[in-house]
Design a protein around this ligand. Structure first.
Ligand SMILES: *Cc1c(COP(=O)(O)O)cnc(C)c1O
Length: 466
């Protein structure tokens, strides 16, 4: 004990560490602040090692300690938000940033972000303009709406519409549609926060038109319809169509708002996916307003899109909350570029990553697996057992909850380390790799793997498994 304590005096001083060749060299491209912080943390750690009798005696000469400081600086200098390789097969993984952007969107962001833009400047008139004008016409063309506006995200869009159309009054919602999306978005809470009184109608599995009709009164300002985007009620069920709701609401001179969740702009049933209403179909029923996300099935940046009749959209735009929820210029640039691709649906399917991954054929996936398998075998030798299997990917992001996307995957089992250890270490690679575990195997789903990332994936697996 006393021997170890005596060694405390030989711990290198921070100044001495900073004077080593290694750290002087490092100071040329790393901030002084980070080097000092790393040095302090390293010395603290070594002090604990000395005081812990069970720990091995650390080496304390300044050059050795400086090398440890360098490693710590590298950790501290790694950006917090960074690229991750997703081999989970979940296309719209909310934890992994939902939709990857298309090339046009990335270019648009760079071009607008580098310098100035006409974000709120009308170049024809030479005077102040509105930011939503950059996408309004496009959204209307693609959905059949009369007018449109955009905000920060769909949760914001729903809150804004509620506050603008029914603030201080009440809105009717079917009991079958009182949904929760990912914890903090729950319809009753969102309504309360928007200052709207929730009036529930019908039951969990069945709501009839007469349930709405009997409840409407002078206090009712709105009918809210919520698409059950992340679950389904099956069996003995009934919900009221948009057409019937619109007719009833308009007899009482109030609007209908539908929160569609995902913003599907083209029908994907041709690719074996379950039927989801497109935005155009939702609006065609005669309801006044639809809101949806930019980064779900639409495959663009995080945004909340609001489209409907001019009269109602004008009201929404004038509400003070619209300013608080306004969309940022980088998002707007990416959204416009993504929406432009939809003018040619085939182009959208080819170039928007989310749509490409959704519509990829089984044979194509099988081919990718057959190409990837020998590369993995080459890289990993006999350290892992590798097999080609069939599995189902999921859409994620609270969209198409029942859709199964069958396709080839590669199943991997390490012969050396546990699954748990393997996934932990893969998450610490650069870039980190996130996969899924199924039947005690690590699944590599090529559906969400970008071709450009294949080399990094192979390298990460080598690092972890060999
Ligand atoms: C996802 C979803 C939301 C929230 O959308 P964000 O863009 O994530 O804010 C709201 N309502 C429904 C029905 C959804 O599916």
């Amino acid at each position: 004990m006393s021997d170890r304590r005596a060694l405390l005096r030989t711990l290198p001083a921070i100044d001495k560490l900073l004077a080593t060749t290694l750290l002087k060299e490092l100071a040329k491209d790393q901030p002084h602040l980070l080097i000092v912080e790393a040095a302090q943390q390293t010395v603290d750690y070594l002090r604990c090692q000395l005081l812990n009798e069970k720990a091995a005696l650390p080496v304390l000469d300044p050059e050795t300690v400086a090398a440890q400081v360098c490693a710590r600086v590298a950790e501290l200098a790694t950006p917090s938000l960074r690229k991750v390789i997703n081999v989970t097969g979940t296309l719209l993984h909310t934890n992994l940033g939902r939709a990857p952007l298309c090339c046009d969107a990335l270019q648009a962001i760079t071009s607008v972000a580098r310098g100035y833009s006409n974000l709120e400047y009308d170049l024809n008139a030479g005077q102040r303009g509105k930011r939503f004008t950059h996408v309004e016409e496009l959204i209307c063309k693609l959905t059949g709406g009369e007018a449109a506006t955009v905000v920060n995200n769909n949760a914001g869009a729903v809150m804004l519409c509620l506050a603008a159309l029914a603030g201080g009054r009440s809105a009717l919602v079917s009991r079958g549609e009182l949904i929760e999306i990912g914890g903090s978005f729950r319809i009753p809470d969102i309504m309360a926060a928007s200052g709207v009184k929730l009036v529930e109608v019908g039951t969990t599995n069945k709501t009839h038109l007469k349930d709405y009709a009997e409840t409407i009164n002078a206090e009712t300002a709105l009918i809210l319809k919520v698409h059950t985007s992340n679950y389904r009620i099956l069996g003995f069920t009934e919900a009221v169509s948009g057409e019937a709701l619109a007719e009833l609401a308009h007899q009482h001179d109030i609007p209908v708002l539908e929160d569609l969740g995902s913003g599907l702009l083209i029908d994907l049933t041709a690719y074996g996916l379950p039927k989801e209403p497109t935005v155009r179909e939702a609006l065609k029923t005669g309801i006044d307003l639809v809101t949806f996300s930019g980064d779900k099935l639409l495959g663009g940046p995080q945004a909340g899109i609001i489209v409907g009749t001019r009269k109602v959209i004008d009201k929404v735009r004038k509400h003070p909350m619209a300013r608080a929820l306004r969309i940022d210029k980088l998002t707007l640039a990416a959204l416009e570029a993504t929406l432009r691709l939809y003018l040619d649906p085939q182009k959208a399917l080819n170039e928007i990553p989310t749509l490409r991954m959704l519509s990829i054929s089984n044979q194509e996936l099988q081919k990718r697996c057959e190409k990837l398998l020998p590369k993995l075998q080459d890289a990993l030798g006999d350290t892992a057992e590798l097999n080609l299997c069939e599995a189902s990917a999921t859409v994620g992001g609270g969209a198409l909850p029942l859709a199964e996307l069958p396709g080839g995957v590669i199943c991997l089992v390490s012969k050396k380390i546990s699954l748990n250890e393997m996934t932990n270490r893969l998450r610490r690679c650069d870039p980190p790799v996130v996969g899924r575990i199924q039947d005690n195997q690590f699944i590599i789903d090529p559906r969400t793997l970008n071709n450009e990332d294949e080399q990094s994936l192979l390298q990460a697996l080598r690092e972890v498994l060999i």
